[in-house]
Write a protein that binds this ligand. Structure first.
Ligand code: SF4
Length: 122
């Protein structure tokens, strides 16, 4: 049986309204997008949704007790809880620089966790 899914594209501020008709694991149609990015977003969102995770990691010996981090690429939505737990378990030593890889395979996703801020030694 076909199912209609309405999405708002997050690819740019235009926020196109996209309609996807899906039957099981098969997409029957995608309409409402303005560019290929929107088409690809809708396809991924319906079949295998992903998100970039942002959080903080504890820092020892830094000016601040935590540093901002993010996954270098989006990870499967189903892995977000595992990713947050893995992030919670990480402590790094200062100094930390933007782009430093703090974990090379966060929650077995194959994606790196990187610093998105600096923390210098206190
Ligand atoms: S479909 Fe394209 S133009 Fe529309 S919101 Fe998404 S990225 Fe922007």
């Amino acid at each position: 049986m076909s199912e209609k899914i309405n999405l708002t594209c997050i690819g740019c501020p235009l926020g196109c309204s996209i309609e996807v008709i899906k039957n099981g694991d098969t997409i029957e149609s995608i309409t409402g997008y303005t560019c290929k990015r929107g088409h690809d977003y809708a396809q991924t969102e319906v079949l295998a949704p992903v998100r970039t995770v942002t959080s903080t990691v504890r820092v020892k010996g830094g000016v601040t007790p935590v540093v901002a981090v993010k996954t270098k690429e989006p990870i499967p939505k189903a892995k977000i809880a595992d990713c947050m737990q893995a992030i919670y378990d990480i402590t790094v030593n200062a100094p930390v620089a933007i782009g430093d890889v703090l974990c090379d395979n966060i929650a077995d996703t194959g994606v790196e966790l990187v610093a998105s801020a600096n923390d210098v030694t206190a």
